[in-house]
Design a protein around this ligand. Structure first.
Ligand code: SF4
Length: 98
């Protein structure tokens, strides 16, 4: 519950520029700490959100940072070093030209 509160309060900050990957629709983040009432699963076990277009920033940006990734085993997103991305970790600086 404390982690959910932290995610809620930091959800207006930008997504870390070192985030890579994409959502694999596992639905793991939608069960933190309890299954969301808007969580749905299709016949193939892929999750979806019944209020996707108006979902809150804490859901929209999950996982915003490596420290806030509470489902690293399941999540399709991952974080790399700033050197690998070549950008400012705040995401405020543009990427360097090759
Ligand atoms: S845990 Fe990651 S991959 Fe799974 S539904 Fe959430 S954002 Fe998508």
């Amino acid at each position: 519950m404390l982690n959910k509160l932290k995610r809620l309060t930091t959800s207006l900050l930008p997504i870390d520029a070192t985030r890579q990957g994409e959502c694999n629709r596992c639905g793991a983040c939608c069960k933190l700490p309890y299954p969301c009432p808007f969580l749905r699963f299709d016949d193939q076990g892929l999750s979806s959100c019944a209020v996707y277009h108006v979902r809150p920033p804490s859901c929209r940006k999950y996982p915003r940072t490596a420290a806030e990734n509470l489902t690293p085993e399941q999540c399709g997103f991952y974080f790399v070093s700033t050197e690998e991305v070549g950008t400012d970790p705040t995401g405020l600086e543009p990427a360097a030209s090759p």
